[in-house]
Write a protein that binds this ligand. Structure first.
Ligand code: PAF
Length: 521
């Protein structure tokens, strides 16, 4: 085993010089490594497979994040065991600095960060007053010394994760925050460095915490009410002294009514003897919805399909629905100007988008499989026109909303985030410059064997299409206020999908991703 143990700042600087400096996947820890840390390091090392990056694990018991009566002095410190575990999990180097290396000249010589009041008002923040300021201060300091590409944090400390993400976004740092779900022992107790404080007897009591949270999440899925006071009573009756049991919004961490909120965090902190334990579960009313809007030629369909497949979400192809109606209108020679006739056809419309046994999307209209028929050039030439008819739009938007009631889907279009799913958990406005879109269009035409107009001509066509799409009366292309813009210039399809997954992760904790609980929702 080639053990690189860095101690001083000079050691770190030397090592950084030897590694490709901006390619560090950084796992900050306070030591006392357990399976949760090992999972973080393993995840970090998966990123080193495709590039020349390295995994650096820091071990620094940060005094700034401990309160006066907390366990700073007795916090587990076993460098040999930590090094072994970190290396076995895939770390390239361990940095175990002394206090002076992180804060030369002492704590008072350094800037200190104050975590946003709003994010530390509830949960642990209201009991551990200086804790998150101490965490933010040290994390910023560590990041400024290491200058990593990514840092890896556990979802277990959800409030910490949200605060660090906000720190990084507020300061405009380019480091990415990758998170991983809570790792649990066989008895469901979440791994924590502090678990080693528990006696055998205490440990058997401690499992009441994950047990009741798990039961609450199952009860919630079954539409049963959740009573926070009952949870507290249960914990107390198991000899656990409750610090808090709170339900908060998963993003802004303010109290919510869990029965009204789509996704909330039910978190609890208890004392088991002298050991403080923290845990949470996520309560979801329905599966998540992702809305992807953007102009023509931004590559939405390609990436949306792959993204949906990767996350086990249904790809709701709203375009296929408009194509199906267009096909019907053409097939039955319906005169769209005749409001009554069109209304009757729409009233009788039974449109179903489903997955075949082979996993392909099938479009069934009034019992007939028209999957291939809707891709004909004849349908293509008229679909925009039909999609702009208000009664058609109304009918299909209503059906799309109906499909969305159970969630678990990603839809792509022009007005998904604004009109169809204004409550989508993630809204992305996927776009690219007209120059880039013209380049892609030319490439497509070349691949399909068509003559390509000049890039300038293509750019002008795209500009005109954008103008028409954004100024039309019915369902104009528009970016929802809360949509995240993703400009895909110069990005490969894989990079766009990776960015979408990263954005999704920021909204929906991985703990409730498809393979976990939402399959049963
Ligand atoms: O989660 C931890 O171990 C610590 O809070 C951290 C992020 C390493 C900062 O000291």
């Amino acid at each position: 085993m080639n053990l690189t143990l860095l101690k001083t700042q000079a050691d770190l600087d030397d090592w950084l010089r030897q590694s490709s400096n901006d390619q560090i996947n950084f796992v900050p820890t306070m030591g006392g490594l357990h399976k949760g840390h090992e999972a973080l390091i393993k995840t970090a090392s998966t990123f080193t497979q495709n590039d020349s990056s390295s995994v650096l694990v820091s071990i620094f018991v940060n005094p700034l994040q401990f309160g006066v009566n907390e366990d700073f002095k007795k916090y587990p410190r076993d460098l040999v065991s930590d090094c072994t575990k970190a290396y076995e999990a895939g770390a390239n180097a361990i940095w175990a600095p002394a206090f002076e290396d992180v804060f030369p000249g002492g704590e008072d010589s350094h800037f200190k960060i104050q975590a946003p009041l709003k994010l530390k008002k509830y949960l642990c923040g209201s009991y551990r007053k200086k804790h998150f300021d101490g965490v933010a201060t040290v994390v910023l300091r560590l990041i400024s010394l290491v200058r990593p590409k990514q840092i890896f944090l556990g979802e277990k400390d959800w409030q910490q994760l949200i605060i660090i993400r906000k720190l990084i976004s507020d300061l405009g740092l380019s480091v990415k925050v990758q998170s991983i779900p809570t790792i649990r022992d066989e008895d469901l107790l979440a791994y924590s460095s502090r678990n080693i404080y528990l006696s055998k007897e205490e440990r058997s009591k401690a499992i009441a915490l994950p047990k009741i949270l798990n039961e609450a999440s199952i009860a919630f899925k079954g539409n049963n009410p959740i009573d926070l006071e009952e949870i507290k009573d249960y914990l107390e009756s198991n000899d656990l002294s409750v610090e808090y049991v709170e339900a908060v919004d998963v993003k802004n961490l303010t109290p919510v009514n869990i029965h009204k909120s789509t996704i909330s965090l039910l978190a609890a902190a208890v004392h088991c003897g002298n050991t403080r334990l923290l845990d949470h579960t996520l309560l979801m009313k329905r599966k998540p919805i992702v809305a992807i809007d953007g102009p023509a030629g931004a590559g939405k369909s390609t990436v949306t399909k792959i993204f949906a497949k990767k996350l086990g979400l249904i790809y709701l192809d709203t375009g296929a629905m408009y194509r199906a109606v267009t096909w019907l209108i053409q097939q039955e020679s319906i005169n769209c100007e005749d409001v009554e006739i069109l209304k009757k056809a729409l009233n009788n419309l039974k449109l179903d988008i489903r997955l075949s046994n082979k996993g392909n999307q099938e479009v069934i209209l009034n019992g007939k499989n028209i999957t291939d028929k809707i891709r004909s050039p004849k349908v293509t030439s008229q679909v925009s026109q039909i999609a702009a008819i208000s009664s058609v739009r109304e009918k299909l938007t209503k059906q799309q909303k109906q499909i969305g009631l159970k969630g678990g889907l990603v839809a792509e279009g022009r007005d998904i985030g604004t009109t169809v799913f204004p409550n989508a958990e993630l809204k992305v406005f996927l776009t690219a410059s007209t120059k880039e879109r013209a380049k892609r269009r030319a490439e497509d035409m070349k691949n399909q064997g068509f003559n390509q107009p000049s890039l300038i001509a293509l750019e002008n066509q795209i500009k005109e299409r954008d103008r028409l799409d954004s100024t039309r009366e019915i369902a104009p292309l528009s970016q929802a206020k809360d949509a995240k813009e993703l400009i895909t210039d110069g990005m490969s399809i894989e990079e766009v999908i990776e960015s979408l997954i990263y954005m999704f992760k920021e909204e929906i904790p991985e703990e409730v991703w498809p393979t976990k609980s939402w399959q049963s929702l």
